[in-house]
Design a protein around this ligand. Structure first.
Ligand code: NAP
Length: 286
């Protein structure tokens, strides 16, 4: 139990989960949402339902924004910026790193303490051991409210750069989206032989889990830029990925997802790196 007065702005699926978890943890919460009437359950559970953003901010010592995007944060907070002076703002809205940095500058100009966060969880995970939230920006703010933030999930401070948590968030999400898209591609291929996606998933989960163990090895090559390879060099990978492209076409599956990977490998080989390791394709990206 902490005695921080928290205000949650935004009662979408995530805002509701955050506010409910604060209440369960004994934290006093004021809640506000643009569309009225979405606070009924939270108010019944002990939250104060604010009729306006101004009232919500008045009630809170720590203001948590969990809105749709960067534009919605400004749309909500710009009109009440003078009231935010001296308050502590934690942005848990998914904003791109540059947008988080912009919010930090904006907050600084207006005398608002600012911490940015990236929620690595879905609403049902909030408050469980599976939930993790990454933070960056004002370390003192983070430390002062760490116990309150820990109610939501593991709270980790990454550094002073207010864009760093968002950068981690979006980098992890990029891996997630490409993994899911890869699963969809494989499932589409398997459906050409009448295999259900569920059946394919049973094999894909242990396979992808085992393959993820390769990340540290790839990371070593990327960080050292030592792309020497004794086996499975880029020419080997080119043959393998080209075969996947042909198998996809034969199965009537679009190559929109796999073709760019073949293209990255081709470009590296054309640049004279055919004997290098697969990890060298990162040099086409950065
Ligand atoms: P959501 O259910 O779609 O809710 C969006 C919220 O933003 C609603 O409260 C909505 O208010 C409000 N909103 C939208 N535009 C607004 C504007 N212009 N001014 C004021 N309020 C506005 O989304 P969510 O799942 O709660 O997600 C909220 C944030 O958490 C997003 O940035 C999302 O990326 C992030 N996040 C979500 C998840 C997840 O799994 N859901 C996971 C990690 C991070 P109205 O009710 O008035 O429309």
């Amino acid at each position: 139990m902490t005695n921080t007065q928290v205000t949650v702005l935004g009662l979408g699926a995530m805002g509701k989960a955050l506010a409910a978890t604060f209440l369960t943890g004994g934290v006093s919460a004021t809640v506000w949402n643009r569309t009225a009437g979405r606070d009924a359950e939270l108010v019944a559970a002990g939250a104060v339902g604010a009729g306006s953003v101004a009232e919500a901010i008045d009630n809170g010592e720590v203001i948590i924004a969990v809105l749709l995007d960067h534009a919605s944060v400004h749309q909500t907070l710009d009109p009440v910026v003078s009231q935010l002076r001296g308050k502590r703002l934690i942005n848990l809205t998914s904003t791109a790193p540059e947008e988080s940095r912009e919010l930090a500058r904006w907050a600084d100009e207006h005398g608002i303490e600012f911490l940015d966060g990236g929620i690595m969880a879905v609403p049902s995970m909030i408050g469980t051991p599976a939930s993790s939230i990454l933070y960056s920006g004002d370390k003192a703010l983070f430390e002062a409210h760490r116990a309150t933030l820990e109610l939501l999930g593991t709270a980790e401070f990454l550094g002073d750069d207010p864009g760093l948590a968002a950068l981690y968030d979006f980098s992890l999400l990029s891996g997630m989206y490409m993994m899911f898209a890869g699963f969809f591609h494989g499932a589409a291929m398997m459906s050409s032989a009448g295999v259900s996606a569920q059946e394919f998933a049973q094999r894909a989960v242990p396979w992808v889990t085992a393959m993820a163990q390769g990340f540290p090895g790839y990371a070593g090559a990327i960080d050292s830029r030592d792309y020497s390879a004794e086996v499975q060099h880029l020419e080997f990978q080119q043959a393998a990925v080209n075969a996947i492209v042909r198998a996809s076409r034969d199965a009537g599956v679009a190559t929109d997802l796999i073709a760019p990977i073949a293209e990255l490998i081709d470009r590296q080989i054309r640049a004279g790196h055919g004997a290098a390791a697969f990890a060298r394709t990162i040099e086409e990206l950065r």
